[in-house]
Each structure stands twice: as C-alpha cells, then as structure tokens.
Design a protein around this ligand. Structure first.
Ligand code: GRE
Ligand code: ZN
Length: 327
C-alpha cells in the first residue's frame, strides 16, 4: 500500500550553524537528542533506506527549526530562502520519494507569503510548517494575515508544529521542576506543553474567526490532534458561536472542513479511536515524526489498525494525496 508521512524532520548543520548561538543552545542537549542529529542531517542515506525497509513511499520533510524563530525579521527571510533552496536541492533527485513543507520567515509576514509562493511555484513544495509562536504571537494576530491569505490563495496547507514557549510562560509554568536542569524539556515540550500550546493555537484561530475569514485555508496539526479529540465535546460547548468568540460556525463544523490531524509520534490505538470518533477518517493522515520516532513504530501501529482497507488507504495516503496534491 502507498504510505505517505507528513511530519518528518530535517536539520542541516551547514544552516543551523548560521543561527545565533543562544537560539539553539538551550534545547536538545540531552544525549538522546545528540544521537538524533546525524539522522536529522541525512536525507538520501539512512532515511531513505529506512523508508524502503518499512514500505514508506513518500516523506514530506520539514525543518526542525526551533532556533529559526529567534532570528530577527531582517535576518529571517534570507535564512529561510537559503534553507528552502538547500532542501529543494537535496530532494531533487527523488521527486517520487520526498516533498517538503517550507520554512518561512514568519516574523516578516509579507516576505513569508512571497517565499511560500516561490517554493510552491518553483519547487512544488506542499505548503509550510510553522513552529509555535513568533515574537510571542499566535497566527490569529492580524500581522500574520499575509501568510494566511497567501496559503489560502495558493491552496496549500499550513502545518502548525509546536515550538518553544516564550520565556514568561516557561518561567511561570515550567521552571523549578525535577532534579535535572534539562527536565524543563519533557514538561514544556514533548511530554505535555507543546501539545497543549498547539491546541491553544488552533482554538485561538477558531475564536478569532480566522477559519471563517479564510474559509478555504487548510490547517494541519500533528500528534493525533494535539489533545483536541479528547476535549472536543467540551470545547464545542465552550466555543459555541455567539459565546463571545468571533467564530460563525461550530468547532466541529469548522474542524471537519478546515483542520486535519496526523498521527505523528502517537502509536497506540485508544487515542486513534478517539480521533476517528471526532475528526473522522477524512481528516486523519498517517505520519511518524522521524527521527524523533522510528518508522518501525509507525508501521507497527498502522498494521494494528483494524478497519476496512478503504479507510486505511485514506489515512495512509489518500487524504494526504488530496490535500497536498501529491498525485
Ligand atoms: C518533534 O518534532 O516532535 C520533536 C522535536 C524535537 C524534540 C522532540 C520531538 O522537534 O518530538
Ligand atoms: Zn515533529
């Protein structure tokens, strides 16, 4: 079966080394993260072999760009352009195995919109991945309108990935915990905080009326819906149109029409069942989160899903093929 994965990361040292040192030093210093670095830097070596070994037809790659958010709006556009050019160059020899989400200079929204248009037009990129907040602002802030407008016009999705919390949030929520200094990371990032932050990001877009303002805009989030499936019925009531938010449609209608979730990093059946019961088979797309998770974990999970083949096909590739226009 054709299998497409959408939250698969790269990070190239020749570009990361251009970032200001403070931007990356605070994250990912654990031994486990250090081991992952060579896997992030590789595209056509071990990564492609692992795809072959696990029957993965195509990866849509994206930059693991935690530090890139910290560039100034003067520096960010050139950095993104260089990065996207390098990505395009590295995947050019394997057009049927690799596609990409662009890195955008989000702090310079007009330049970001233009860069999105350039890489979609010139390189066939599938959209862009945006990491968390930029200058402590979520995408419902009017300054980011050019990016949302352009993504809608180009008919390419924006993938909202978690990012590092602002310092004030980190201080209030994630400091003074655990016995090791680095323990901040599991709590603030991949063990909890990231996922609630991305859910908040989507709920801000809903309550800000952004989905209504850009009714053709498609948003993708990973990690089995970033806790939203669990909260769906309760949030549905809280965000009812007329309750004080700017949204004209219900949460469920809006999400079914404009929000897609991937399975990245989630490989057990209970949250998947919840996602099927809430988002449903047309809004769920298989992904791994390579190399932070392994392709083996992803494929073992995919094999466990007990659904008719036609539904598995939608999740494994059909929805991605349609939304990212891969075929
Ligand atoms: C992720 O993409 O989910 C990720 C990172 C960095 C560390 C862990 C992790 O980007 O899961
Ligand atoms: Zn990820």
């Amino acid at each position: 079966m054709r299998i497409v994965t959408l939250e698969e990361h790269v990070s190239f040292p020749e570009l990361t080394s251009l970032l200001p040192s403070g931007a990356v030093a605070s994250f990912g210093q654990s031994p486990a993260m250090q081991q992952i670095k060579p896997k992030l830097a590789d595209v056509t070596g071990e990564r492609l072999k692992s795809m072959d070994d696990n029957g993965i037809s195509m990866q849509v790659i994206s930059v693991d760009s935690l530090g890139a958010n910290m560039l100034t709006r003067e520096q960010a556009p050139e950095f993104s352009t260089r990065y996207n050019d390098v990505i395009a160059n590295k995947i050019a020899g394997h057009p049927d195995r690799f596609k990409a989400f662009a890195l955008l200079p989000v702090s310079a929204p007009l330049a970001a919109a233009d860069e999105l248009e350039r890489v979609v037009r010139d390189y066939g990129f599938c959209g862009a991945m945006i990491r968390g907040v930029t200058d402590e602002l979520f995408l419902d802030n009017p300054m980011f309108a050019p990016i949302l407008e352009r993504a809608e016009r180009l008919d390419v999705p924006l993938y909202l990935h978690p990012g590092l919390p602002p310092k004030s949030v980190a201080d209030a929520y994630y400091s003074n915990v655990g016995t090791l200094p680095g323990f901040f990371e599991p709590l603030a990032c991949y063990g909890w905080g990231w996922h609630s932050e991305t859910a908040i990001h989507v709920l801000r877009l809903l309550a800000g009326g952004i989905f209504d303002q850009y009714p053709k805009l498609k948003i993708i989030i990973g990690h089995m819906g970033e806790m939203l499936p669990m909260m769906m019925a309760r949030s549905e009531r809280a965000f009812k149109p007329g309750n004080g938010g700017a949204n004209q449609r219900t949460l469920t209608d809006t999400f079914k029409q404009q929000l897609y979730i991937t399975t990245s990093g989630f490989f057990t059946l209970p949250p998947f069942k919840l996602a099927m019961d809430t988002f449903g088979e047309d809004n769920i797309m298989f992904s791994v989160d390579y190399p932070f998770s392994t392709n083996e974990m992803g494929i073992d999970f995919l094999k466990q899903i007990d659904l008719p083949e036609e539904k598995i096909r939608k999740i494994a590739h059909g929805n991605a093929d349609r939304i990212l226009k891969l075929v």
